[in-house]
Design a protein around this ligand. Structure first.
Ligand code: NAP
Ligand code: G4F
Length: 348
């Protein structure tokens, strides 16, 4: 049975990836950080808590990661843990650089020191479309692997650091190390602080009379939104490929935040304009206007392509949130604590 080690296993992608690998017959180990309150709701929601081995560790501490790697002796390492909120990275640039960028050096170094590269351990780094920022598009008007990086946030700059470190360890030590440059991917397990889930959760509550208004920032931003369970499969495919390389993973279609909101409200028969309030406090010091990916290389070399349409994605998310809040109203136990953990609006 191959062994996979996942950092960020408690996050959206970590949970979906753990499920995917368990279904493939992997022994799955997950690193999680010490928190005063455990945060396993996604793993519980997917019903996989008792199928995993969870190990406490600190991704910004080399001794901690060395211990984890020596203990697990993984065949594949998926480094997904990150401070993943672009807007928040403007408020916490140093922490973001440590958690999202420096941690990559720590894990790569822990692998090198334990001779991971000689044992053929494979490494996946969670890169991001944010690394491209407001880049120069290719001849199809999309972003592919050849487009230059123009990071527009501390988060994006940290991911560019992780990208280059991964490349350097591949070239210098022959490590099977890859970067997935994934465009936005969402699901019913998405965190509430990201715009899609913030919208679908609010739509469900508004429909059920639990909320009236939804405050949003930049409605004109365009994103290429796919369905997360399909994107974790791409991560795995990259590590199965003969030659380690970097890949763009996307749907090839972009929509504005306004379109997402409109469709989500349509789904429950409401007019979005009656509820959405533009709130400048959600604007970022700098935003990326348009992210649309060209996944041709992944399709050609990995046989990967997206399957869920934009409309289906919105429907999956709205229905899941409606179901959660309906259960909550009936007083039934729900396996999700996230609906209660809505981020409070904090004064800056
Ligand atoms: P997520 O839901 O925010 O999960 C982030 C994970 O990182 C969580 O498990 C979190 O642990 C962990 N983490 C955060 N800070 C940490 C720290 N200081 N020490 C240890 N662990 C820490 O993000 P996601 O959507 O699953 O994304 C997974 C990865 O892909 C991230 O690297 C993200 O930047 C990248 N990415 C995501 C997308 C997307 O659209 N989803 C697109 C491109 C790239 P807690 O649960 O304890 O907070
Ligand atoms: O949902 P978002 O916060 O996602 P963003 O910034 O695109 O980042 C996500 O995708 C990246 C891949 O491209 C990942 F690397 C990253 O980890 C994360 O998963 O915001 C999407 C857009 C932005 O333009 C933002 O300004 O929505 C706009 N927006 C408008 N109102 C809002 C809101 N974003 C948030 N979070 N909250 C709002 O109220």
């Amino acid at each position: 049975m191959p062994k996979a080690l996942i950092t960020g296993i408690t996050g959206q992608d970590g949970a979906w990836l753990a499920k995917f690998l368990l279904d493939k017959g992997y022994e799955v180990y997950g690193v999680y950080r010490r928190l005063s309150t455990p945060n396993f709701w996604r793993l519980q929601a997917l019903g996989i808590m008792d199928k995993l081995t969870l190990i406490q560790g600190d991704i910004t501490d080399l001794s901690s990661m060395l211990r984890v790697i020596q203990q697990v002796e993984p065949d594949e390492v998926y480094h997904l843990a990150a401070q993943s909120h672009v807007g928040w990275s403007f408020d916490t640039p140093i922490d973001t650089i440590e958690t999202t960028g420096l941690s990559t050096a720590i894990i790569l170094e822990a692998l090198r020191l334990t001779k991971g590269h000689e044992k053929g351990v494979k490494f996946y780094f969670a890169g991001s479309s944010e690394m491209f920022g407001n880049t120069i598009l290719n001849h199809k008007g999309k972003i592919d692997e050849s487009c230059p990086f123009m990071p527009a946030s501390p988060y994006a700059a940290s991911k560019v650091l992780g990208y280059h470190l991964t490349r350097i360890y591949r070239e210098a030590y022959g490590m099977h190390a890859v970067v997935g440059m994934l465009f936005n991917h969402e699901s019913e397990l998405r965190g509430l602080e990201f715009v899609t889930r913030k919208i679908t959760n609010a739509v469900a509550k508004i429909k059920l009379g639990l909320q009236d208004k939804l405050h949003l920032g930049n409605l004109d931003a365009k994103r290429d939104w796919g369905y997360a369970p399909e994107y974790v499969e791409a991560m795995w495919l990259m590590l199965q490929s003969e030659k380690p390389d970097n890949y763009v993973i996307a749907t090839g279609e972009a929509h504005t935040v306004r379109e997402f909101a409109q469709l989500a409200f349509d789904e429950v028969g409401l007019n979005w304009e009656d509820h959405v309030v533009v709130d400048k406090s959600y604007y970022r010091p700098r935003d990326v206007a348009n992210l649309i990916g060209d996944y041709s290389k992944a399709e050609r070399e990995l046989g990967w392509r997206p399957r869920t349409t934009f409309k289906e994605l919105v429907r999956i998310m709205v229905r899941a949130d409606l179901e959660r809040w309906q259960k909550w109203l009936r007083g039934e136990p729900i396996p999700f604590d996230a609906p209660y953990a809505e981020p409070l609006k904090v004064k800056k």
